[in-house]
Design a binder for this molecule. Sequence first.
Ligand code: SAM
Length: 272
Amino acid sequence: MWPPSQPSLWRRARGLFARGPAADGICLSRRHELLARLAPIGPLRTDRIALWPSDESLSITHTADFNRLLDNSVYDFSTDYMPNWAEIWPCGVLLAGIVAQDPGPLRGQRVLELGPGVGVTAVAALKAGADLTVADYDMGSLALTTLNALDQTGREPTAVHLNWRNPSREFFRIAGDGFPLVLGADLLYERKDVRPLLALLERIVLPGGELWLGESGREEAQRMVKALRWRKWRGPSDRYTSPLPDPNYGTFDTITVHRLRRPREGEDGKAS
Ligand SMILES: C[S@@+](CC[C@H](N)C(=O)[O-])C[C@H]1O[C@@H](n2cnc3c(N)ncnc32)[C@H](O)[C@@H]1O
């Protein structure tokens, strides 16, 4: 049965013969500009990533040495900041696989991805035909997501700086009335993020719109899902075995993908 059960298969799943990015047709000066912005994180590498449960795969550029990057980073206690955005996380790969398997709901839609990391889910959303906005507090994540999007689709998402603890006017200007679909994978690590994210989601998911959230069982994520359900957001929560081992621990966690529909005004939520 898939996914593979041994951490040693990580390398096989990533593709041992990773090829370089397909830069044909892309404005090379734009690539150089993005690569220059990414220089502070050190060497990059490109791997072929299988998007289970679909048959698709993507070439994704990410940090060449995540452990070295973490070792060289200074933990910021005020923001709990670590450069987790620079690695490929199983949650984002699984959410990308779900999008690739069933692209219909994204085609032609305004879609927002929160916390895109290196952009695996974002690239799948663009390939599905979404009119995509990505939002992250790390400019490196926005640059790498844009690079991967350009290399894989020839298109850039709208990239906007956002700290969901303190969303900017510029973010709300771009969000407008909201989005019919918001994607997020592996977003919650800190309890203090639960309230601001909840408040943000209630502002930026249109009534009747959906949040697709991938999470690997952390208490903070489950707390947020519980709070959304209490607010009558309804929809399935499907459990999967992780398609890749966790980059930190090598474990294959259970990942749950929640597809929660925000109730329209006056709805009691039971019908959805
Ligand atoms: C663990 S990474 C997951 C990345 C990607 N979704 C994936 O699954 O591969 C968490 C992402 O959320 C972003 N993030 C964390 N805290 C944030 C905040 N307060 N505001 C905006 N983005 C944040 C990080 O920069 C990173 O891109």
